[in-house]
Ligand binder design. Structure first.
Ligand code: ATP
Length: 214
């Protein structure tokens, strides 16, 4: 699972999902769209529009699943509830992985019941250029006992491990940068799939004061 607000989805998310799928030999990666992220402001663009962008961006990419289960659920989008629901779907023996970028990982110890996440899935952290940091004591205590030093040692179990996984093509783009670009009329070409750019233009998303976001 790779969860996010996807506000909007971009090539950093999509390329990471494809590379995760390959590196860990996963059957599929669920792109789970948050309805109401617990740790940040509710996005200005509706969950339905963000889901539509993820669907347009992922399109028919092998292995990518556009997942609306958090949108269909009431209340804050706790990852624990999402993992429990994936676990119920795939069964107790399936190897489940929750992948997060380095920026989100920084705050993992502050998430809802962080230890319980490891009872459902492995946690794999992927690089984001410019997001290195010194982990807090709480984060260190959470991950160190669970750290694995290779993909093989992680994937022998169905859950419970932690792995720092450098991907071959880290991409610096962020949704914040894209929102700013669109709002000020600058180009987002090639930073999102063409179909996502088309949807943004058609629905007039992220434009407050700027001219057409192309
Ligand atoms: P924002 O700029 O609004 O914070 P974002 O670009 O970080 O958005 P999110 O939807 O918050 O996008 O990210 C979902 C998940 O994808 C998070 O775990 C995040 O760390 C990860 N992620 C986002 N962008 C990248 C990227 N360029 N490379 C790798 N991981 C990324």
């Amino acid at each position: 699972m790779l969860g996010g607000t996807f506000d909007p989805v971009h090539i950093g998310h999509l390329r990471s999902a494809v590379e995760l799928c390959e590196a860990l030999a996963l059957d599929r990666v669920h792109l789970v769209v948050n309805r109401q992220p617990p740790h940040r402001a509710t996005p200005g663009v509706s969950a339905r529009d963000r889901l539509a962008m993820v669907a347009a961006g992922a399109s028919d990419t092998p292995g990518l699943i556009v997942d609306d289960r958090e949108i269909e659920r009431d209340g804050p989008s706790y990852s624990l509830a999402t993992l429990e629901s994936l676990r119920a779907e795939y069964g107790e023996h399936a190897r489940l992985v929750m992948a997060i970028g380095m920026d989100a990982f920084r705050h993992l110890a502050e998430w809802y019941r962080p230890e319980a996440l490891f009872e459902q899935a492995h946690v794999v952290v992927i690089e984001r250029p410019g997001s290195s940091f010194t982990p807090s004591a709480a984060l260190t205590a959470l991950i160190e006992p669970r750290r694995c030093d290779s993909i093989e040692s992680l994937m022998v179990k169905p859950h419970g491990g932690f792995l720092h996984l450098p991907l071959p093509n880290p991409i610096k783009v962020s949704a914040t940068e894209l929102r700013e670009r669109i709002d000020s009329g600058r180009s987002i070409r090639y930073l999102v799939p063409e179909a996502v750019e088309r949807l943004i233009v058609q629905r007039g998303l992220y434009r407050h004061g700027g001219s057409a976001g192309r």
